[in-house]
Design a protein around this ligand. Structure first.
Ligand code: A3P
Length: 301
């Protein structure tokens, strides 16, 4: 029996377990067999038609998963669960999702989700086929709040954090105790590749500001130009209200429990939770890391 490489015991509230997979901390419930996941990633044969939606968790992954699925399906709206339509690469080795475990067998075009860093995401194949990556970045204060609520909801089935909000943002940004490593390393790793022809770097806040233009940009990047009618339909169906009409599509099921990924869907929710002291620390310890990179975020709209 292999034991988790990291076991984070912050205090009496939490005991989160992670495996180290190719240098990334991945929660044990996502990848119960780290050797298998590491092999899947290392041997992954990309195809030219593959599309990965990539994010640091809580940055709008499901939003873009739904959007690209609708782009490929001409604005169709379906009640099928999103993880069956756009599977999660790291989760693919978990027996929980056994029925679509073998992504290698999925016919093209494969639409997939991943939280992997640029350095380890599958990039190659024996015939040199390149695939496409759509990266979504979100302002880290809202990411921290969204991550907190999500991980608290996971705690009820033993894989989350059950402590107070006050210490959570510090774990997340400084002590490296959440999955997929640090926000700033993740975002900057992808930001360096924003001009690569097979990378589209988008921001959550821009999706909120002008969804139709971001849908159009994404469709063109995917070589799927759409009529304005279909763009309008996708925009309506992929707005927060459109998506919350049928939440069962976006439920994460783990064992007997389930939690919805859609919560508030706004820019600036951090203001309801950040104290002035926390804000100051966050500016100093997280935002200073992206200074000078020309990567900027809206913190309110
Ligand atoms: P909040 O917790 O701030 O509401 P991910 O899919 O990467 O886990 O990201 C989840 C976050 O994206 C949640 O943020 C969720 O509400 C938000 N989200 C999902 N769909 C959205 C949509 N259509 N419009 C706006 N926000 C959306």
């Amino acid at each position: 029996e292999s034991l988790p490489v990291f076991q984070v015991k912050v205090n009496e509230w939490t005991s989160e377990k992670y495996f180290d997979v190719l240098g990334m901390k991945i929660p044990v419930f996502v990848a119960p067999n780290p050797k298998l996941l590491s092999d899947v990633i290392s041997n992954f044969q990309t195809r030219a038609e593959d599309v990965f939606v990539v994010t640091y968790p809580k940055s709008g992954t499901i939003w873009m998963q739904e959007t690209i699925w609708q782009i490929y399906n001409n604005g169709e709206n379906t009640s099928k669960n999103i993880f069956e339509r756009v599977p999660f690469l790291e989760f693919s080795t978990s027996p929980i999702l056994g029925e679509f475990a073998d992504i290698a067998k999925v016919p093209s075009p494969r639409l997939m989700k991943s939280h992997l860093s640029y350095s380890i995401i599958p990039k190659g194949s024996s015939d040199g086929a390149k695939c496409k990556y759509i990266y979504i970045a979100r302002n880290p204060k809202d990411v921290a709040v969204s991550y907190f609520h999500f991980t608290v909801s996971l705690a009820s089935f033993g894989n989350g954090y059950n402590g107070p909000w006050e210490i959570f943002p510090m774990l997340y940004c400084i002590s490296l105790t959440v999955g997929w490593n640090k926000w700033n390393d993740h975002v900057l790793g992808w930001w360096k590749h924003k001009d690569d022809p097979n990378v589209l770097f988008l921001k959550y806040e821009d999706l909120k500001k002008d969804l139709p233009s971001q849908v159009r940009l994404t469709a063109n990047f995917l070589n799927k130009p759409l009529s304005e009618d279909i763009i309008n339909r996708i925009t309506e169906q992929c707005s927060f209200n459109g998506m919350t009409k049928d939440l069962s599509r976006y439920m994460v099921h783990v064992n007997e429990s389930q939690t919805s990924i859609l919560r508030k869907g706004v820019v600036g929710d951090w203001k309801n939770s950040f104290t002035p002291e926390l804000n100051e620390r966050f500016e100093k310890e997280v935002l200073s890391k992206i200074e000078g990179t020309r990567l900027e975020f809206d913190f309110e709209l």
